[in-house]
Each structure stands twice: as C-alpha cells, then as structure tokens.
Design a binder for this molecule. Structure first.
Ligand SMILES: [Mn+2]
Length: 261
C-alpha cells in the first residue's frame, strides 16, 4: 500500500519568555523539532541553523539506507553549527536539541539528541520513542545497571541538565533508529515546553480525541500555556494515511525561530 503523511506544526513563545528559541519543520518526508539554547540569540541561531540544514532532506531522493542518510544530515547540520560558532564568538554557548523523522514509504528513520521528544500513538496507546539525554535519566540508568536506586534529590536537581546536544563540537552522535510506520499511526515531536507542563496522559487524550492534526497541535500548545507555559512550546504531528486520500501539493511548514530567519 502507498502511504503518505499528513502533517501540521505549531510553535509558541509561551507565557514567560522574551523570544522563541524553538524551531520546527513539517513536510511530506521530514518532520523535525529543535529546541535552541545558549542565551543572547544563540538558541534561535542554533535551532534555525539545524532545521535549515536538514530541510533539503524533505525533497532529496530517498536512499536505501534512510538511517545513514539522516545520520549524515545531522552530522552536516552540526558542522554548520561549528562554522557559525567560529564566525560568531559571541554565540559560543549555543546549542540545540534535535528530534527528526525521515520517511520513505512505510520506512521511517528517527534521529534524536537532547530532551525534545518523539511520541507514537498506535492502536489506542501512546509510546515515547525517545529517551531524554538528561543527567537524571543517565543517573537512573546507571543506578539500575548497578541494581541500586538513584537518589531522588539528585535526579530532580539534574532533570533539566542535558548531557548531549548539537553544538558544533565533535562526537555529537544522535540516537538513530529505523522504524516501520503503519497506516493509522500518529507521530508527535515536541519540545520540553510541551512535555514538561503537559503530562503524557493529557497528550494521549488530545492526540486520541482530535482527528485534525493542526487542531491537535493547537490544542496541545494551548494546554501547555494553560499550565503556565514556562518555556517555548513546539509541536509537530504526522499522521500516516493512504496516499490516495491525500490531495497532495501541501507546502512544507516552518515554525518558531526558523520561520523568522
Ligand atoms: Mn525548551
């Protein structure tokens, strides 16, 4: 069967921030979310540089090895950050998360660095596809391996500290995986400005109840705002549909900092 994705994206500055350092992209083959950081325009530059670099994947001919193709594109995006850092010493602290999916029919590659998230709604269940690259998750995994309990005070203190981002330095390898998409799957990529204030149960409820992807994106963003909206909020949804049911010709959507530049 010929499948395609129907997509929507949204990004919101939130209730407390003075600028939006998130960027998002949704197109016929590529969806991506990047959450920039680094103060003084650094976050906006980092997230929009990475999204701008990746977008050529959306129109490139798919290769046999999708994971390899996406992995190389992430390495190239990181290299672009290195060049920007060299040119702009004032942005030396910049970095960004990246969670991206690249489709070819029913095959989909997933790349992930940082604490933005990828969720899958399938057969009425919500799965988190990504693991946060935060220090608390690292400590919990280490404790589990040692058959111990991580210190809760320690883990909550470190819950927002990232141990891996894209920042133009070497060895910034993303988690890479090949997945099989199924008809009816709904994928959500989001920044922590959504997954922080809105728990997985509420995300599940909205994704299940609201069929239209743009309305679902808008409702999720509104929920994050209603819960205080402490951070920038970005959400991208891709629904796997039969290609014949898609009218086609939809333009790609760019949101957040990448839409300003
Ligand atoms: Mn954030």
């Amino acid at each position: 069967m010929n499948v395609a994705i129907r997509y929507a994206a949204g990004s919101d500055i939130g209730c407390n921030r003075e600028n939006n350092e998130d960027s998002g992209y949704a197109g016929a083959r590529l969806i991506a979310v990047a959450d920039g950081m680094g103060g003084y325009a650094g976050g906006e530059v980092a997230s929009s540089t990475v999204i701008g670099s990746l977008r050529s994947l959306d129109t490139a001919a798919p290769k046999d090895d999708l994971v390899d193709m996406l992995g190389r594109a992430v390495a190239e995006a990181n290299e672009k950050l290195r060049i920007v850092r060299e040119e702009r010493p004032d942005l030396s602290r910049m970095g960004t998360t990246l969670t991206a999916m690249l489709w070819s029919g029913e095959s989909v590659a997933l790349a992930h660095v940082g604490d933005s998230r990828g969720y899958l709604l399938r057969d009425g269940e919500l799965f988190q596809m990504t693991q946060d690259h935060t220090m608390d998750e690292l400590l919990k995994a280490e404790a589990e391996q040692a058959g111990q309990q991580a210190d809760p005070g320690e883990t909550s203190r470190l819950s927002h500290v990232l141990y891996r981002v894209l920042d133009g330095r070497e060895d910034r390898e993303p988690d890479l995986r090949l997945r099989e998409a199924r008809l009816g799957d709904r994928y959500l990529l989001c920044s922590d400005g959504l997954s922080g204030p809105v728990d997985a149960q509420r995300i599940y409820e909205v994704l299940s109840a609201e069929a239209d992807p743009q309305r679902a994106v808008d409702r999720l963003i509104q929920l994050a705002r209603d819960n205080g909206g402490p951070d920038n909020i970005t959400a991208v949804i891709a629904d796997v549909v039969e290609a014949e049911h898609l009218h086609g010709g939809e333009d790609p959507v760019v949101v957040g900092a990448a839409a300003q530049s």
